[in-house]
Each structure stands twice: as structure tokens, then as C-alpha cells.
Design a protein around this ligand. Structure first.
Ligand SMILES: Nc1ncnc2c1ncn2[C@@H]1O[C@H](COP(=O)(O)OP(=O)(O)OP(=O)(O)O)[C@@H](O)[C@H]1O
Ligand SMILES: [Mg+2]
Length: 384
């Protein structure tokens, strides 16, 4: 179900409410701090295996996604993000193997006679054993198929951050919107993650993924527009008006769906398709083989599904504020990364009739890290 907020009188309240809504009635200084942080560029890095986890000083943003876990912190001249893979691989435990794992500096923990190899280390092992990594999060939500899922997430997060320097430090984490086409429980997902982060010594607060994209990218548009994050397991959508998330929802299809569908169509493993997609896909050129053709077809299908859902949700609600000026759409997430993606999206957008006028389609400055940056900005705002 799409979530709607009642904002009938918002147009009357007008733009003067922006500051208060964005700062939760805390000082304008709070908003200034947020805007200052948002103007900084993101310097992103991959988690280096066995690199010591940091004990953060200041507010933190955290995005636990289907494919990646991203941590964002506010440094003096830039936003620092560290990213690990949200994946694991198990091998039977043995004394001999433990020595090798330690020597090779692999991230793992032991549970019931199994080594749980986690994060980027899991990818290497899966390739070595010709297997697939397993995922604690499936289609955006804690996977019901993985009993150890939450423990794996805890171990990966603990590899990125320790307890904060100051007890009760503000941490804002990403949650998905309610799926339109699924039965997954966002409340369960949010509650267990919140409780874990609280036990680490943070004051955890959640933000919708699409809204986090709006916060990250639309500060110069009064936080008004449609934020979309197209990730590994989901597409998350938020229509925000003057920083209020008026409509939020998700569809449980993303990059994984494309990999699976293309793999099934051309008879290749989904993991191989994923590698080709990430390394070679370019929509500004004619596809050169069957995989390229199939990737184009399923990308079109996913974007059309997303746009049709947007049309349906926006048309079926009476809650859209009467926005007089056209609003932007901002796209983020790893699935929006191929060259020519924005042009493809714009072309397909012409086929749907949305009840709001769109001024422009933009790409987030840093596609993989935009939600974590938005979460960090929210944590800074809340910290006051
Ligand atoms: N260069 C690329 N070209 C195409 N797809 C890519 C590229 N890089 C990453 N991806 C895809 O992006 C997806 C991961 O994106 P992202 O990290 O935004 O997802 P996530 O936040 O972990 O998941 P979700 O938000 O769906 O829970 C994967 O499907 C991956 O294959
Ligand atoms: Mg995501």
C-alpha cells in the first residue's frame, strides 16, 4: 500500500513553512548545518577487509540495502561514505581453515560449526567455490529465508562502526516504503534494526529511502519533487512537498530482477549477467549480443512498471497537494548507473500521463550513496 499524508492545507501554509518543516522547529542554525553538509561532495570508498571499524564522532547515516550497506559521516570538507556488500557465504568450520581465514584477512564469524564469511569477503569465496553469495535482505526487507540474516547484518555493520564516542549519538537509517505488490513487513524490518542500533549506543531514527534521496538532492528545490531509488531489490518512490513525504511506496523489483530475468532468457547464470551489466552496459550504443538485447528489454520493463505504478498511485489519491509549478524527478541507486539510463527513463516517461507536471529528470550526484547522504543530513538536523 502506498502511504499517503493529509496535506490539504499545505498550499495555503505555503513556502514559509519550509524552514520549520525541515528543521522540526529547531533553530535555523540546524537547517544551515544541514544545507552546509548537503553542499559537500561525497567521497566514497569500499570497506577494506579487516580495516578497523570507526567510533563515530557526530551524527551518522546508514543505508542497509538489498545489495550494499553504506555508512555516511560528516567530515570537515566532504561526506565520507564506506560501503560493504550485504552478503554472506558459509563454509564448514575446521581448525585448519580458521588459520587460513585469519591469514588471508577474511571477515567472518563462527556459528554452529559454520564459518559465516561476510561482506566483500563473501564474494571472493562464492567465486572460488563456484557458488552464489546469500543475502540477509531480500527485495528490500529482512529475508524470511535466512534465519541468520540479522546476525550477518549486525556483523557487517559492526565492521563499519563501533559504539559512538558520545552515547546516544543520532543515527538515521534507511527504511523502504511499503511494497505495492508484496506482503513484506516494513514494520518488522524497521523495528529489529532500530533495536540493534539502539543497543549499540545510538539514538536511531528511520527515514524512507525515497525521501532520503529528496533530502540529499533537492535542497535547492525546497525539498519538493519525486525521489526515486532504483536499487538491487526494490524501487523506492517518494513524492515530497516542502520536505513533507506526501506519498511513499516501493515495488519489490530492481537490479536482481533484471539479472534473474535476463539470465533465464538467455541461459546464463544471473551472477554472470550482473557482472556484464555492471561492467559493460551502455544504453547510448546499440546492443552487441543477446545479453545486451535482453538487458535493454528488461530495463524497459522495469522502468515501465515503475512509471505505471507512479501513474496509478498518483491518480488514485486525492492527497496530492495542488502544486502550481512543475516538479523534478531525481533518480538514484545502482540500477540507474548505466550510461544512457536517464535518456531511456525520459523516453519512457513520455508514454505515461502523470497528474503532476515534471520539470526535469535528474540523476543524483552520487547514485550509490545518495540515500545514505540524505539519512546523514536528517541525523544532523535531528541532532540540532
Ligand atoms: N554500473 C552499474 N550498472 C548497472 N547496474 C549496477 C551498476 N552498479 C551496480 N549496479 C546494480 O545496482 C544494484 C545495487 O544498487 P544499490 O546499492 O543502490 O542497491 P541497494 O540499496 O543495496 O538495494 P535496495 O535499495 O533495492 O534495497 C545491483 O542490482 C547492482 O547490480
Ligand atoms: Mg537502496
Amino acid at each position: 500500500m502506498a502511504e499517503e499524508k493529509d496535506f490539504e492545507s499545505m498550499e495555503e501554509r505555503g513556502k514559509d513553512t519550509t524552514v520549520n518543516s525541515a528543521t522540526d522547529e529547531k533553530s535555523v542554525g540546524g537547517l544551515e548545518r544541514v544545507l552546509k553538509a548537503l553542499r559537500k561532495s561525497v567521497v566514497g570508498k569500499r570497506k577494506v577487509i579487516r580495516e578497523e571499524a570507526e567510533s563515530p564522532k557526530g551524527p551518522v547515516g546508514l543505508d542497509i540495502g538489498t545489495t550494499h550497506i553504506v555508512l555516511a559521516q560528516n567530515k570537515p570538507n566532504y561526506i565520507e561514505t564506506i560501503q560493504d556488500l550485504n552478503a554472506f557465504f558459509t563454509v564448514p568450520s575446521a581448525r585448519f581453515a580458521e588459520q587460513i581465514l585469519n591469514q588471508k584477512e577474511v571477515m567472518y564469524y563462527r556459528h554452529e560449526n559454520q564459518y559465516y564469511i561476510i561482506g566483500y569477503s563473501a564474494e571472493g569465496f562464492a567465486n572460488m567455490f563456484h557458488g552464489n553469495t546469500r543475502r540477509p535482505v531480500k527485495e528490500g526487507l529482512l529475508s524470511p529465508d535466512e534465519v541468520e540474516g540479522l546476525s550477518v547484518i549486525k556483523a557487517i555493520v559492526n565492521g563499519l562502526i563501533e559504539k559512538p564516542k558520545k552515547f546516544g549519538e543520532m543515527l538515521c537509517f534507511i527504511i523502504p516504503g511499503e511494497p505495492l505488490d508484496g506482503t513484506g513487513s516494513v514494520i518488522y524490518h524497521e523495528s529489529v534494526i532500530k533495536s540493534f542500533l539502539g543497543s549499540l549506543g545510538y539514538s536511531p531514527l528511520s527515514i524512507n529511502e525515497g525521501m532520503a534521496v529528496v533530502v540529499s538532492e533537492l535542497s535547492e528545490d525546497d525539498f519538493t519533487g519525486i525521489g526515486i531509488s532504483m536499487g538491487g531489490g526494490m524501487c523506492n518512490v517518494c513524492l515530497s512537498y516542502l520536505s513533507f513525504p506526501v506519498i511513499t511506496y516501493s515495488i519489490q523489483k530492481g537490479g536482481d530482477y533484471i539479472d534473474t530475468m535476463v539470465g533465464a532468457a538467455v541461459g546464463e547464470p544471473a551472477t554472470k549477467v550482473k557482472t556484464i551489466k555492471e561492467e559493460e552496459l551502455d544504453f547510448s550504443r546499440e546492443p552487441k549480443d543477446r545479453v545486451g538485447i535482453a538487458l535493454g528489454i528488461f530495463y524497459d520493463e522495469l522502468i515501465l512498471k515503475l512509471l505505471e505504478s507512479l501513474q496509478r498511485v498518483l491518480s488514485s489519491t486525492g492527497k496530492i497537494p495542488k502544486i502550481k509549478t512543475p516538479i523534478p524527478i531525481v533518480l538514484s541507486g545502482g540500477t540507474a548507473m548505466p550510461k544512457g539510463f536517464k535518456e531511456k527513463f525520459e523516453k519512457l516517461l513520455k508514454n505515461v500521463n502523470l497528474p503532476v507536471e515534471i520539470s526535469a529528470v535528474r540523476l543524483a550526484e552520487d547514485l550509490l550513496n545518495a540515500p545514505a547522504k540524505g539519512a546523514l543530513a536528517t541525523a544532523i538536523r535531528e541532532a540540532g
